[in-house]
Design a protein around this ligand. Sequence first.
Ligand code: DGL
Length: 278
Amino acid sequence: MFARSRAIAPAVMSADSAKPILLFDSGIGGLSVLAALRRYLPQAPVIYAADNAGLPYGQKTEAEIAARVSGLLGRMTERLRPRLVCIACNTASTIALAAVRDVLEVPIVGTVPAIKPAAALTRSGVIGLLGTEATIRQRYVDQLEADFAPTATLLRHAAPDLVTTAEARLRGQTGDPCAVERAVAALRAMPQGGLIDTVVLACTHFPLLAADLAAAFGPGVRLVDGADGIARRIVHLTRGQSFERRVPDLALFTRDEPQLALLRPALMAAGLERAAVF
Ligand code: DGL
């Protein structure tokens, strides 16, 4: 259903002010980061790239994710010439950020679980963390916990069903109606789970379900994600640069599939008026 991006790319390369910011995720989770970025830089030209052919990353091995993300971002950077790349995915960032930074010259902003702000907010000292299976086992997360929440208890739970549910919701479908309740119940059932007052949404898909998660956790729990911090980091790294959107912003997918047509309203709402296959 989508044009191949080769025909579209040159139009966005013409001038520095028209150079896009490239946001990358395995799916539509990075739209939660894009929403924050739009609030700070509404004029910035954006290309949103979803590796839907590789979704979900959360069930892949570290080696698969590192190779896939480095390879794709290498090719995308070469063809699309972004001024900055944002890996709007916790799984890809906690595994491949260093490798990607090693091979690309363009500035790279990653997405890491918002453990630091959560540690500053908790009063009970018990923090929940929802992420993908791959994210919650990363040493990167162990290190964030040791650096920023050494006196807190961090309870981690992998919730891959929330990824599929968020993907379904943005296609106008219901998704698994029990996925949110299950994830909340699993965290609550852990030792000290009843004391959780702050929950890190350590997957960019999960803020898309924030209203459901907030309702399921109840009023005593704050949800924290990294989107606003990422947007501010991008503002910082692009300060002094001019932005000019010469062509409508573009969504790229690594695989064409009939289901993508259902995403059109969500993409349009995110200001992504064109779509293509990379
Ligand atoms: N959006 C991705 C993240 O932030 C994960 C989704 C997936 O499993 O591919 O971790």
